[in-house]
Design a protein around this ligand. Structure first.
Ligand SMILES: Nc1nc2c(ncn2[C@@H]2O[C@H](COP(=O)(O)OP(=O)(O)OP(=O)(O)O)[C@@H](O)[C@H]2O)c(=O)[nH]1
Ligand SMILES: [Mg+2]
Length: 296
């Protein structure tokens, strides 16, 4: 064991919206730190998740899905994703194996990549018949000389260990950059806001989730071990506020209950969570607000 060199490095997770990048990060870490939903453009920031074991420390960089962005906030999201294409040791280009191959997109990203690119074929649990996988792999092989093409299911965990092993092989020898017991370099407050935002994404529809942001205002550890958290859900319109609160407050209660469950799991303590809803018109187009929320 002692002659196994320690490996360390940065690995970005890049791809179209909704292909399962964030699900993959949570699965590798074994904890939920980033929001996942069935709606595209769930992830808004670049978020580093740190995987540590005896022989390696791998900093995985989750990114917003790359798409043709029209609004200001979406442009900021795509810029953030593109910033993680370089300055890394390896890129995981994630695709949905139930979708058809986007030749131009794949080639473009591979050309811009500042490091080797592994192709990750996600959602293989949805591919039937299995033989389809072979023709898919052939198709991707003819596009670019990927050192590895790895079929996985981030949802079921299938082949994820193999993926981590292959990532480790490609990383340089080096010392860990972070303590081995932290999951991310972001403050707890940020992850808490992300978990609350996930519930808004999952439980509301149409334009409501896209106009919502979450800010954690207070995070206090009480003597009895309980953590008291106050957070504001910011929305763009009065009508959205009504939807988030719901009939007799039922929606807000549901968001709060589900978020508290995830936060308690993450922190390993009991949590008292209080949520407020506030209207901030057109915040998704306002530079100062975007900057304040960490989106620019
Ligand atoms: N069946 C199946 N569904 C998956 C798998 N991985 C992710 N999903 C689902 O795909 C949807 C999108 O997952 P996300 O992890 O939020 O996707 P993303 O690529 O991070 O999306 P953005 O943040 O919007 O760019 C969710 O409904 C996931 O549950 C998988 O391996 N199999
Ligand atoms: Mg995501």
């Amino acid at each position: 064991m002692n002659d196994t060199p320690f490996k360390a490095g940065f690995v970005s997770i890049i791809g179209r919206p909704n292909v399962g990048k964030s699900t993959l990060l949570n699965r590798i870490l074994g904890e939920k730190i980033v929001a996942v939903s069935d709606k595209p453009q769930t992830t808004r920031n670049v978020i580093r998740g740190i995987f540590s074991d005896k022989t390696s420390q791998i900093v995985f960089v989750d990114t917003p899905g790359i798409h043709t962005a029209r609004t200001r906030i979406n442009r900021a999201m795509v810029d953030a994703a593109m910033s993680a294409v370089t300055g890394i040791d390896l890129m995981l280009l994630v695709v949905d194996s139930t979708e058809k191959i986007e030749e131009k997109f794949i080639k473009d990203i591979c050309l811009k990549a500042g490091a080797a690119v592994y192709l990750v074929l996600n959602k293989i649990d949805q591919v039937t018949p299995r033989e389809m996988l072979f023709s898919l792999i052939e198709g991707y092989t003819s596009l670019y000389d990927f050192p590895e093409i790895i079929p996985v299911s981030a949802q079921t965990g299938s082949n994820i260990q193999r993926l981590v092993d292959l990532v480790r092989e490609k990383l340089p020898e080096g010392e860990p950059l972070f303590p081995d017991d932290i999951l991310t370099d972001l403050p707890e407050k940020f992850i808490v806001a992300e978990l609350i935002r996930e519930k808004v994404f999952r439980l509301t529809n149409r334009e409501v989730p896209y106009g919502a942001a979450v800010v954690v205002e207070a995070f206090n550890e009480r003597e009895n071990g309980l953590v008291a958290i106050n957070a504001i859900i910011m929305v763009e319109r009065d009508s959205h506020k009504g939807i988030i609160i719901g009939k007799k407050g039922t929606m807000l209660k549901k968001i709060g209950e589900q978020a508290r469950h995830d936060i308690e799991r993450l922190l390993g303590t009991r949590v008292y969570l209080e949520l407020f809803v506030q209207v901030q018109e057109r915040w998704t187009e306002r530079t100062a607000m975007l900057r304040e929320l960490g989106y620019e």
